[in-house]
Design a binder for this molecule. Sequence first.
Ligand SMILES: [Zn+2]
Length: 125
Amino acid sequence: MNKTKSPDILWYCGTCSELAYDGFIVLTGKELRKSQKLMEASNKLDQKDSFSLAELMELPEQGKWQCYCRKHALELPDDGYYFGVDRALSFRDLLDWTFHLSYKNWFASTNWQDFIRSRVLNDID
Ligand SMILES: [Zn+2]
């Protein structure tokens, strides 16, 4: 972390709520698999001529991103998508990550937009 400039975004651990500048932004393996299921189910619905509200309601949930301090990130299974909080401190960093992640086929089935919006607006619950 650049000590001479305060970060644009305050990152807190989703487990202990402490500042997590030593930690990681994580889509756990479980959340990644949820994203992939949602993507597959959405693609199937897209191929149908019509679908019911019930079918829409039965879609799997989005995969949820979370920030964890180093201690709590290291307790997670090592099967998800991770990057260091130190690489996501500025608005520019987040824009860069958004472009980078948008090329992943599961990205649109995650809550990245809401996750980032809540962090940028410092609404951290
Ligand atoms: Zn923690």
